[in-house]
Design a protein. Sequence first.
Length: 361
Amino acid sequence: MPTANPSNPNYRAAFPAELRAANSQIHLNLAHVTAAAYAGDTATSAWAHTQAKTGRAVVVWWFNDGKPGHANQSFGLVKALRRQYELEVHELAPQSTVNALASLATGVYADGAALPRPDLIIGAGHGTHLSMLAARRAFGGRIVVLMKPSLPLSWFDVCIIPEHDQAARRDNVITTQGVLNAIEPLASKNPSKGLILLGGVSKHYRWRDGSIMRQIEQIIAQTPHIRWTISDSRRTPESLQRRLRQLDAPNIEFIPHQLTPHGWVPQQMRDAAVIWTSVDSVSMVYEGLTSGADVGVLQLEPRANSRIVRGLRQLERLGRVVTFTQWQQSKDLSQHAEPLNEAQRCAQQIASRYPVVARPV
């Protein structure tokens, strides 16, 4: 049965109220999302043309595994898709592996029996894959999988995969710079507002409190015209948090992550003109780029030449981010590039690839 209801704790954890209310055109009542088509896009959207003939929204089944990072990717795509056409989104929890295999084998997916048949089936995370395949066999629709699946790429209609995962080139693969997110660019930024976001212990980089503190102290000292908000994360060592509390400068405010509500980081990113993030915080780097801010990276020594490390180096080569070492030389973070709105680009490609999906009422 659909799990989008007030008793589902995973729903609230993965899709907090701040995200659900992020755009007034999206109306969530824990059972579905209805979004008005974005004025100006409907004339060129083939799906919108189909809707004009059928008189109903494009139906999306969103498989939510309860992980906030996966939900954030799905929500980012949903927000971008609503600019192409009117949506009706239903949330389902994935079945267990055993039950999903049984549903796939029989062609019967009881969890969706009470829902309108899907046009799009969206999900992120390995735990959603079998359930999405079973739902498609039972009810039709196109599967859009986010991140590189553990199953063959050919089993899915659209695969949205970060470039650093080095997926095989296929017609159904859309390669992105980083994972999708729900951040929306804001044209007007506050030039006096800066944000410093810190990660912590990581399998990709060697964390050093002293190195991070030295970089932060130099940035603060050399940018007195900027009011800095600093926050950490669950991965940040307590030893660094103690040192951050002791920072003594008139242009900083330290807010521990324990005191930040859901949706706090996206809201801060919307306003900040400058964002520094520790290099291990990959998702924050890409969200900062999507927000339209100038993004700097606090450096750490990589443990190995991993795909994550290579992806960050690629951003540096492209001039998307500025490392602390580069900033020391130029004191300039300006990248002079358009915001990295990968969710919107993916939504446009989905609309162009599948121009007719909505069924007549």
